[in-house]
Design a protein. Sequence first.
Length: 287
Amino acid sequence: MSRIFEALQQANPDFGRPLSEASESPQRLSPFAAALIGEVPVMEEASQFALPRDSESRLVAWTQPNSLAAENLRTLSARLRQSQQRRQLRRILVTSAVQGDGKSTISANLAITLAAQGERTLLLDGDLHQPSLATTLGVNGERGFVDWCEESDLTASPLLRAEGLPLWILPAGICKDQPLNVLQSSAASELLRQLGEWFSWIVIDSPPLVPLTDANVWATASDAVLLVVREGATPRKALAKCLESVEKSKLFALVMNDATSQEERYYRDYYNASGPVRVVSKAASKG
């Protein structure tokens, strides 16, 4: 895949920057978060829930913070925050070439990582066909993004807040119409605009790019795209097709799920901890 990576690096300078440059202090709030003054009622009044700690949830950023996967996620979040200082960067789309690459797991872990660093973060389930985040997080997903668009009433909030973190969840809800109609509606556009004023980061878990059109609509409405691939599983043809469909200036990183590396063993020996999800953030590193 080296030729693909070289082409992506030429299209987007952020893509190939060495991970060692991601050294921003995780304790400092972004300028947007620091500028938020006062309380937003629909955010502060959101029902709270506890993030699950069982291994089946695969929330390594929450349950295994000393794992290599969690460290790679912190590196990725630092890269995002650095780029946010240089350009408009708030809505992050996490997608994949095909189903089963682990995009929802990466979405949830990235959102937790950003929130743990003091950022007001929203995790939005944008997969209106097969939403899964509500189940993963153990919350009620009957009301969500779809309902908010249909009601056009921002005070009737379906937002949920994680205990102990500035992290909010917006489930997909139950879509009765064609998902594409909802995503392309003016109500969806207005809702995303409003959410962008409330949160410093919006992490959107979308359907796979192949074969659905929904992810491309989400990509258009997003500032950056993270493409999740699974080592030894993602079909090359599907990946190539998906890379062609994404605007190269928006493709921020490839995240490789279940990657194998000697680095994990050394890291595990050092911290005496390991994570069930291995992440490669950026083409330049394996973890």
